[in-house]
Design a protein around this ligand. Structure first.
Ligand SMILES: *[C@@H]1O[C@H](CO)[C@@H](O)[C@H](O)[C@H]1NC(C)=O
Ligand SMILES: *[C@@H]1O[C@H](CO)[C@@H](O)[C@H](O)[C@H]1NC(C)=O
Length: 408
C-alpha cells in the first residue's frame, strides 16, 4: 500500500513535470502561431521580460524573418525589439515597435534611436537597414511583432535589445529603469542560431556592484544609524551606563558613517556608470544624507560644553539632523529596493529589522519616561537632577523641558 501511494505520487509528479516542461517548450520551439503559415527554424526564450524570439535566416538573400513575442502585456503597453549594429544597447538601437494606435488596432512601425537620445518617445522613422515586411498582433495578453529584415551585408551577429512600457494616449512612455528592464539585451547570431544573454549573465559584475552598494548602505544608514540613536536615547537613562552609552553611540555612528560613505561612493560610481538612467529621488536623498551625516561628525567635534549657553541650540540641531538622517535613510533604502529589485526576502528582512527597532522604541520609550519621572519626583530637593552626568553628556529624555534632552 505504501509503495502504491508512493508510485502514484511519483507518477503524478512526473505528469506535472512533463506537462510543465511541455508547456514551457510550447512557449518556444513548439509554439503554434495562429496563422500556420508562420513557422520558424529557431526559437530562443529570452532570459527576461516574458519574451521569445523566433527566426528563420535565409542565406540566399541575407534576410531574416522574425517573430518577437512578449507575453503578459495589455493593449496599454508598447513592446519593442531592436538590433543594435554598434556597441551600445538602447542608444543607436534600430527598433521594431508595436502598440495599439488611435484607431484601436495593433500597429507595428520602425523607430531608430539616435546615439544620444535617452529621452526617445520612439517616433516613427526609417532604420539603417530595410524592413520589407512588418506587422503586429495582440491575442491573449500576448503581443507579437512579425518582420522581415534585410540584414546589413557581411554580418549575421548583432546585439539585440527588447523592452516594453506603458503607452500614454498613443505615445510610448519611458520604460522602467530598473531590474529586468535593464537586463533585456544580449547578442544573437541569426546564421548559427546562437544567442548569448549578455544582459542577464555577464551583467553580473554590475549586479555585484549594485548588491555591494545595497548591503553597505542598508547596514550603515539603515541599521547602525538607528541603532546608535536608540542607544543614545534609551541607555543614558541608566545611571550605570554613564558614560558608556556616549562612547557606544559615538562608535556606532562613526562606524555607520564610515561604512555609509563607502556605500555612498559605490552609489556615485553606479550613477556615473549608468549614463542616461537617472534615479533622481534616490540620488538626491543620498546626497542629502551624506551632507547631514557629515554635519553630525562636525557636530561631534564642535559641540559646546554642557553648561555653555549655546548648548541648548546645539542639542536641537543635533537631534533634528539625527532624526532627519534616520527618516531619510529608511525612505532611501526603500527607494533603493525598488530600483535594485532584489528578491522579496531582502525587503522583508529589512522590514523585520525596522519592526524590531519599532518594538524596542515602543517598549523603552514609556519605560524611560517612567524612570525619569520617578527620579524627578525623588530629587525635588536636588534641583540639578542630572548632576551625576559627566560634562559632555546630554540630559536624559524626560517629560518636561528641563530634562527633555535639550537641556544638558
Ligand atoms: C529570401 O529568400 C527566401 C528563400 O530563400 C524567400 O522565402 C524570402 O521570401 C526571400 N525574402 C525576401 C525579402 O526576398
Ligand atoms: C492603426 O493600425 C492599423 C494596422 O496597422 C492601420 O491599418 C491603421 O491605419 C492605423 N491607424 C492609424 C490612425 O494610424
Amino acid at each position: 500500500m505504501k509503495n502504491f501511494s508512493k508510485s502514484v505520487l511519483f507518477s503524478s509528479f512526473l505528469t506535472i513535470f512533463l506537462f510543465a516542461s511541455s508547456s514551457y517548450a510550447q512557449n518556444c520551439a513548439n509554439y503554434n502561431f495562429a496563422n500556420s503559415i508562420r513557422s520558424y527554424t529557431t526559437c530562443h526564450t529570452l532570459p527576461v521580460l516574458n519574451s521569445f524570439l523566433h527566426w528563420s535566416y535565409h542565406q540566399s538573400n541575407h534576410t531574416v524573418d522574425i517573430a518577437y513575442r512578449h507575453t503578459g502585456v495589455t493593449t496599454s503597453n508598447w513592446i519593442a525589439w531592436a538590433l543594435n549594429l554598434g556597441t551600445g544597447q538602447m542608444l543607436g538601437a534600430q527598433c521594431l515597435v508595436a502598440l495599439s494606435n488611435s484607431s484601436g488596432q495593433i500597429q507595428a512601425y520602425t523607430s531608430p534611436i539616435s546615439s544620444t537620445d535617452y529621452g526617445t518617445t520612439l517616433q516613427e522613422g526609417p532604420l539603417s537597414f530595410a524592413v520589407p515586411r512588418m506587422e503586429a498582433e495582440f491575442t491573449n495578453n500576448e503581443m507579437i511583432i512579425y518582420a522581415t529584415i534585410q540584414l546589413p551585408s557581411g554580418r549575421t551577429s548583432f546585439t539585440h535589445v527588447w523592452q516594453y512600457g506603458d503607452v500614454s494616449g498613443t505615445t510610448p512612455r519611458a520604460h522602467v529603469t530598473s531590474g529586468d528592464n535593464l537586463r533585456s539585451f544580449g547578442s544573437i547570431d541569426f546564421a548559427s542560431g546562437t544567442s548569448v544573454d549578455t544582459g542577464s549573465t555577464s551583467g553580473g559584475s554590475r549586479d555585484r556592484n549594485r548588491n555591494i552598494h545595497g548591503v553597505l548602505n542598508v547596514v550603515s544608514w539603515g541599521i547602525l544609524m538607528p541603532l546608535g540613536a536608540i542607544i543614545a536615547r534609551y541607555l543614558k537613562v541608566f545611571k550605570g551606563a554613564n558614560p558608556a552609552w556616549f562612547y557606544l553611540h559615538v562608535t556606532c555612528q562613526a562606524s555607520a558613517y564610515i561604512v555609509g560613505v563607502a556605500g555612498w561612493g559605490t552609489g556615485l560610481k553606479l550613477g556615473s556608470d549608468s549614463v542616461g538612467v537617472q534615479h533622481n529621488v534616490h540620488r538626491n536623498i543620498g546626497i542629502t544624507l551624506f551632507v547631514f551625516g557629515t554635519l553630525q561628525i562636525f557636530a561631534l567635534l564642535l559641540r559646546p560644553k554642557p553648561e555653555h549657553k549655546y548648548r541648548f541650540y546645539w542639542n536641537i540641531y543635533h537631534y533634528l539632523t539625527g532624526y532627519s538622517v534616520i527618516i531619510l535613510s529608511i525612505i532611501n533604502i526603500f527607494e533603493g529596493f525598488s530600483i535594485l529589485d532584489p528578491e522579496e526576502r531582502w525587503r522583508r528582512a529589512y522590514i523585520g529589522v525596522l519592526i524590531f527597532f519599532g518594538a524596542c522604541v515602543a517598549f523603552l520609550e514609556p519605560y524611560t519616561w517612567y524612570v525619569v519621572l520617578k527620579r524627578k519626583g525623588q530629587s525635588t530637593t536636588t534641583p540639578a537632577s542630572d548632576k551625576y552626568r559627566p560634562g559632555h553628556v546630554h540630559a536624559a529624555n524626560g517629560s518636561n523641558g528641563r530634562a527633555n534632552g535639550y537641556d544638558a
